[in-house]
Ligand binder design. Sequence first.
Ligand code: FES
Length: 412
Amino acid sequence: MKVTITFDGTEVEAVRGEPVCAAIVRSGTLAIARSAKFHRPRGPSCMRGACDGCLARVDEQPNIMTCLVPAEEGLTVTSQNTLGSREVDFLRVTDWFFPEGMNHHELFAGVPGVQQVMQAFARRVAGLGKLPKEAVPVRPAPRREVEAVVVGSGPAGMAAAALLAKQGKKVEVLDDALAAGGSMRALGGWTILENPFTREVNRGSIRLRTSTTLGGIYEDELLVAGDDGAEVLKAKTLVLAPGCHDGVLAFEGNDVPGVMSARAGGLLLSHGAVPADRVLVVIPEGGGPFGEAFARAAQAEPARCEVTVVRGDPLEVSGSSQVKKVRVATAEGEKTFKAGALLVDAPRSPAYELCAQAGAKLRHEPRGYVAEGPRIRPGVYAVGEVIGTPLDPQAILESIEGLFVDERPEQA
Ligand code: FES
């Protein structure tokens, strides 16, 4: 169902429930936000609540990640942290005055007179966003005991939840995204995992809770935050399937709007949005499979954009409010490509943090920390990419075979 939202006063057509950020990108805008300090233009780079490229004020609430907000009729989205407008932010001069960076803690410190003026100015421009008009009322966090909780509804989370449901358990699946599927949505979906999951959701043995985050694990207690507030859960079986963070590489201009992970490109495309008419996909060694999946889907008839796929390492992006050119180191030497967006498909690093809180041992690899699993402690498991399982439906199904039968004993 079509709805209309506004972004900085301009009407934007959206599909009800899709990420607001996807609707804004589809309308032709990439530079949604400004960076906190130097006021550089920022655009979405992850589409999963892990960067600051889509921050905006939404219906009077500041600092909202618009990639995690469902579009609804009449929603008002306003860019923030600007003096002037989103396109012409006068505080952008900060970047030009301090080309080598700026330590605001020491700026003009000890210079009589100037120090006071600078402090007053810094206080005016510091912080991000303006407070909401009304404070959110404090709500008590209820406590509940549940049979099984699965964190993450990506491919491994779906497979684990379906297996738990088959074992006769009532399962709650938590995901901070707007829909189930995780990375799979950027790859086009895998029915072998989706169908059993959807069947159990429809039967009522799985309760899918989107827009819901597991904020922390405190021994046996889980602090859960969602649209209805916070609650504390105790689960006999806890399965962590948080997946991976996007691989982020250091190169000149990696913060220019239009530079994003290939997975983010695929997630945008799943909502019919492409970041530019001409897109360059760069796949460094060990990367994939999102870049090639994006290229296949974007160029299938009717083609959504022109895509060039290159193996190598991005060296430099030119452009200010959008990517213009990209210099890449390839096996044949350095090459420069004209493109309006760069999708980087670098090796992803496991999102090990919750597993570490649950007590998992970690091992270090060049791409980051990998949790050791699948058993962390009695009744607590980690599955999927976070323990190094390949992003492949068969590998995921084989990795969970025979699991989840040794839950914690009944708690007093
Ligand atoms: S946080 Fe929304 S695109 Fe990264």
